[in-house]
Each structure stands twice: as structure tokens, then as C-alpha cells.
Design a protein around this ligand. Structure first.
Ligand SMILES: NC(=O)C1=CN([C@@H]2O[C@H](COP(=O)(O)OP(=O)(O)OC[C@H]3O[C@@H](n4cnc5c(N)ncnc54)[C@H](OP(=O)(O)O)[C@@H]3O)[C@@H](O)[C@H]2O)C=CC1
Ligand SMILES: O=C1O[C@H](COP(=O)(O)O)[C@@H](O)[C@H](O)[C@H]1O
Length: 507
């Protein structure tokens, strides 16, 4: 891998500590970092290199999933880290940074390849990229890359404005927009599973699939992020990015040995085919919710408007469920139900594919028969489960669902940030959000934002520790379906199977 200077804006922040340093450390242990690699951490506070390295070490001890107690390994890793004070608004700080980088590249005989990672608030993105451009930091002979964290805009117009400004300093091929759901190992496997298994390939589309359910439930509430979250809500925080990315990754049809260009092109096709909602239709296709007080894992929790720094009058959404339709050859007629919420009963991100029931449709008595389900467990557990029907040996004539279940041990699963940083170091943008799809995602979400703004969609209060407002069940019920793995469906299956079915986990 090519020599790289990893220039980290926001090196003293929360994301750097919790995700970026542990990811770099794991890549280092697995020998996936370039041999010639150095990190320059940036922030306003004064820190010596030693103090910075001590902070990095502390974050590894706290957050790394791997052992961080081998002193030699640790020393070798920390030696790669240096710190430099930089205020994003001070032009002279960029000149000092340029000198430091050039000096280091010369000392270490490194090619001038620079990866600029913006782990700072989005309000700084345009200032930083303009200064990288003007200062000459981005003009070296090697390659340059920009890694940015969501949010990529606040609505369609602001996303377009942001992109226009970033494009003045970096080309689209140089911009790596992180959506950490695209780094989750199961999400990265979705296309391979489809491409390399004819049994799945043959079933992939509207001929056999009745509906698809994509869920990302969290048990946590707003935590200490009121300032951010109360302005974005579930629709911007999770739906516009993570949830639509899951939809794209599941539904694209890729050729064998596809490239990042193929992925980008096919994702755009999916988003282009997504039926747009009119503002007036939002209330019949989208359920907006906000959590009230309740109990999570036996502990009482307050409602959203009683959380610290949230106004008692806040109408912010903490839950969204929506019905989407892809109007193309493969998916026409298959409803996609997507939901995500905070303070839900359990922590689970999963995709459930419910297959059509040919026996029921042809009028054959099959009351006890369950539909075939294919479930991709994305996190916190990773696995694939297939539900098939067989005959109950104790009660002939009755169907009994059986489960073919594969689960990956959590220890074997790399963190999303490891995968993504490794890909960015290789210049592979397959699992990053490309501008086309980001723009089309905002375009799809914009009528929802407008309808919320104009209060055209009711805000349903749901009890913390449940599966969201009952209205979200009705969204499926009107089409003859229900959410799988909520209490009702679990009981239904258990009553037939006579055993423990669900594998719910906690945050
Ligand atoms: N934390 C998380 O889990 C996630 C965060 N994100 C995104 O990542 C980004 C960073 O988030 P997070 O780490 O939580 O934020 P923090 O508030 O914890 O950190 C912000 C960082 O920015 C630096 N900073 C602030 N102002 C300036 C300035 N004027 N000049 C130079 N540096 C400055 C701070 O350093 P100093 O104070 O030393 O100047 C600090 O290192 C955001 O865009 C966020 O939306 C995305 C997903 C998850
Ligand atoms: O991006 C975000 O994701 C997290 C949920 O991520 P997960 O990997 O734990 O599923 C969410 O809590 C946060 O609000 C959002 O900004």
C-alpha cells in the first residue's frame, strides 16, 4: 500500500477516540496499514506529541476490541502519531501544517500522499477544504483524499451547496463520504451473497418476494446529543443516509466482479426508480413518532421532551417508519417497509425478506404454514437465518417452521470503521456514499421534511421500550403484513414452533 500521511482534523474529539484510533490500531495489528504511515492530529487545544500519544493510548485501552497491552506493539503504533495545533479558521495554521507535513515527508522519505479526515462538525467542512486548497496542502505530487462524516447537508439544497463547495478543492473520486452502515460486514456481504448464490439470485425480485422489512432499532435515547439531534430527528439522522443505503445495497443487481463504478451506477438506478412521494401523500406512507417515558430493560426512562436540553415543546421525531416502492423491472409491486427509532425495545439492525406463499394463494388449506423468511442480521449480531416449512412429525398434516441459522462470532467481525478506513487508504470507494445517491436520497426525503415542517404528518407518542407507535403496525396491516420479530410475530411463531425463537439483544 502506498505511503500515506493521515491528517486528522478533530483529533481530540469523541469520534476519533471511540472509532478512528481503535480502527487504526486494529489495522496496524493486522498489518493492513501502509508500511510508511503517519498520523498528524489537529485541534485547537495545546498538546505535546507525548500527551497526544497518551490520549490515543487511553482511547485504545477504553474502546479497542483487541488487546492493547503489548507495550512493544503499542510503542510502535504510537510512534506514528504527532500533534499540531490548528484552528480551522486561521489561515496561518494551515501554512504551519504544510511545513510540518513536508518536513516529515522528507525526513521519512515518504511520497506526498495525503488523506484529510474531517472528524469535526459539518459547519467546518467548507472552510477546511477551501483552506486545504488555498494553502497548497492539496497540491503535492502524490494523491490527495478527503474523508468526511455525515451529515452531508441538512436538506436537498444545503447538500447541493455543500457538494458544490467541496468540489472546488476535491474531485468526486477524491471524496470519501463515510456512512458507517456501509462498513458493517454483513452489509458489505449483501452483493456477494446475491451474486455467488444462484439460489438467492433466482429469488431476488418481485416474482417470489412479498415484501421487505428493514429495521434499525436502538434502545438508547438522545443521550448528550440534544444540540445536534433536536435539529435533525430520526429522518435525517438515520433514514436519509443509513436506511436508504441499506435499501440500495439490498436491491442493486450487480455484475460479477463489479467495480466501485458499477456499484455507484446501480445505486443511482435504484434511487432513480424509487417512487417519489408528494408532500400530500406523506401522511399515508410515513409514520412519525417521538418516545414518551417508559421502561427499557427493567429501568425507567424519561420521555424525549424531559431529556436534558430538549425543549418541552419539541416536536422532533425519534422514530420513522415508511413504505417505499421501487418502480423497476425487478422490484415493481414489492413494498419496502423501513423503520428506525430510539428508545425501542431492543437493539437490532436487520433486513427481513418475506417470500410469497404460493399454497395459500392457490387456496390450499395451510393455516399453520409460515411464510419463508430470509433474515440478514446486521448488528449487534451478525448472521443469516432462513425459515422454511416442514411437516411436524408429532402432528402430521401440520406445518412446522424450521430455521437454518448461521451466526458469526462477534470476535471475528471487524468494526465498520476498520473496513472503511482500510478501503479509503486503498482508494476504493465501493462502500462510501457517492454524490449521486446522496443527492437522490435527499430528493426522496425532501417532501417528508416539508410535510413535517408544515405539520401535515401527525406526531405519535410511543412508550419507550416498545416497537414504536401502533400506527407503524397499521402501515403494514393495510397491505396484509406485519413486522417480523416484534412481540406479536415472535409469539405467533413460538406458538407453532413451541420454542424460543427470537434472539433479541441489548445495546
Ligand atoms: N461521535 C460520534 O459517534 C459520531 C460523530 N459523527 C460526526 O463526526 C464529526 C465529529 O464528531 P465528534 O467527534 O463527536 O465531535 P466532538 O465535538 O467530540 O469533537 C469535535 C472536534 O473538533 C475540533 N474542533 C472544534 N472546533 C474547532 C476549530 N475551530 N478548529 C479546529 N478544531 C476544532 C475539536 O478539537 P478542539 O476542541 O481541540 O479544538 C474536536 O477535536 C461530526 O461531524 C459528527 O457529526 C458521525 C457519526 C458518529
Ligand atoms: O449515525 C448514527 O448511528 C447511530 C447508530 O449506529 P449503530 O451502528 O449503533 O446502529 C445512532 O445512534 C446515531 O444517532 C446516528 O447518528
Amino acid at each position: 500500500m502506498e505511503a500515506t500521511t493521515f491528517v486528522l482534523f478533530g483529533a481530540t474529539g469523541d469520534l476519533a477516540k471511540r472509532k478512528i484510533y481503535p480502527a487504526l490500531y486494529n489495522l496496524f495489528i493486522d498489518q493492513k496499514l501502509p508500511l510508511s504511515f503517519s498520523v498528524i492530529g489537529l485541534g485547537r487545544r495545546e498538546l505535546s506529541d507525548k500527551a497526544f500519544q497518551a490520549n490515543v493510548e487511553q482511547s485504545l485501552l477504553t474502546f479497542s476490541r483487541r488487546e492493547a497491552n503489548d507495550p512493544v506493539l503499542m510503542e510502535n503504533f504510537l510512534r506514528k502519531f504527532r500533534y499540531n495545533v490548528l484552528d480551522v479558521n486561521r489561515k496561518e495554521d494551515y501554512q504551519k501544517l504544510l511545513q510540518l507535513i513536508e518536513q516529515q515527508e522528507e525526513e521519512l522519505r515518504m511520497e506526498p500522499n495525503r488523506m484529510f479526515y474531517l472528524s469535526v462538525g459539518p459547519e467546518f467542512f467548507e472552510t477546511i477544504t477551501a483552506n486545504i486548497h488555498e494553502s497548497g496542502l492539496g497540491s503535492a505530487k502524490g494523491w490527495k483524499r478527503l474523508v468526511i462524516e455525515k451529515p452531508f447537508g441538512h436538506d436537498l439544497q444545503s447538500a447541493r451547496d455543500l457538494n458544490k463547495n467541496l468540489s472546488k478543492a476535491f474531485t468526486e473520486n477524491e471524496i470519501f463520504r463515510i456512512d458507517h452502515y456501509l462498513g458493517k460486514p454483513m452489509v458489505q456481504k449483501l452483493d456477494v451473497l446475491q451474486q455467488s448464490n444462484p439460489v438467492l439470485q433466482a429469488l431476488w425480485g418481485n416474482r417470489y418476494i412479498a415484501n421487505v422489512q428493514i429495521t434499525a432499532n436502538e434502545t438508547v435515547g438522545v443521550e448528550e446529543r440534544a444540540g445536534y439531534y433536536d435539529h435533525v430527528g430520526a429522518v435525517r439522522d438515520m433514514f436519509q443516509n443509513h436506511m436508504l443505503q441499506l435499501l440500495m445495497m439490498l436491491t442493486i443487481h450487480l455484475p460479477n466482479n463489479s467495480t466501485s463504478e458499477n456499484v455507484r451506477f446501480k445505486k443511482k438506478l435504484v434511487m432513480d426508480s424509487l417512487k417519489l412521494l408528494q408532500k400530500e401523500d406523506v401522511s399515508s406512507n410515513v409514520i412519525r413518532g417521538q418516545y414518551g417515558e417508559g421502561t427499557i430493560q427493567g429501568k425507567p426512562v424519561v420521555g424525549y421532551i424531559s431529556e436534558p436540553n430538549i425543549a418541552a415543546t419539541s416536536r422532533n421525531d425519534t422514530f420513522i417508519a415508511a413504505k417505499l416502492q421501487i418502480d423497476d423491472y425487478f422490484w415493481r409491486g414489492v413494498p419496502f417497509y423501513i423503520r428506525t427509532g430510539k428508545r425501542m425495545k431492543d437493539k437490532s439492525t436487520r433486513i427481513v425478506i418475506e417470500f410469497k406463499e404460493p399454497l395459500k394463494q392457490s387456496g390450499t388449506a395451510a393455516d399453520t404454514k409460515m411464510p419463508n423468511l430470509l433474515i440478514f442480521e446486521i448488528s449487534p449480531n451478525e448472521g443469516i437465518l432462513l425459515q422454511l416449512n416442514t411437516i411436524d412429525p408429532l402432528n402430521k398434516g401440520e406445518f412446522k417452521p424450521i430455521h437454518i441459522d448461521f451466526h458469526e462470532s462477534r470476535d471475528n467481525v471487524p468494526e465498520a470503521y476498520e473496513n472503511l478506513i482500510c478501503d479509503a487508504l486503498h482508494g476504493d470507494s465501493t462502500f462510501f456514499a457517492h454524490w449521486d445517491e446522496v443527492e437522490l436520497s435527499w430528493q426522496w426525503v425532501q417532501p417528508i421534511l416539508d410535510a413535517y415542517e408544515e405539520n401535515l404528518v401527525p406526531l405519535h407518542l410511543y412508550t419507550a421500550g416498545t416497537y414504536g407507535p401502533v400506527e407503524s403496525d397499521e402501515l403494514l396491516a393495510q397491505d396484509g403484513y406485519h413486522w417480523w420479530f416484534d412481540d406479536k410475530s415472535v409469539q405467533e411463531i413460538e406458538s407453532i414452533k413451541g420454542g424460543q425463537y427470537a434472539y433479541h439483544t441489548n445495546d
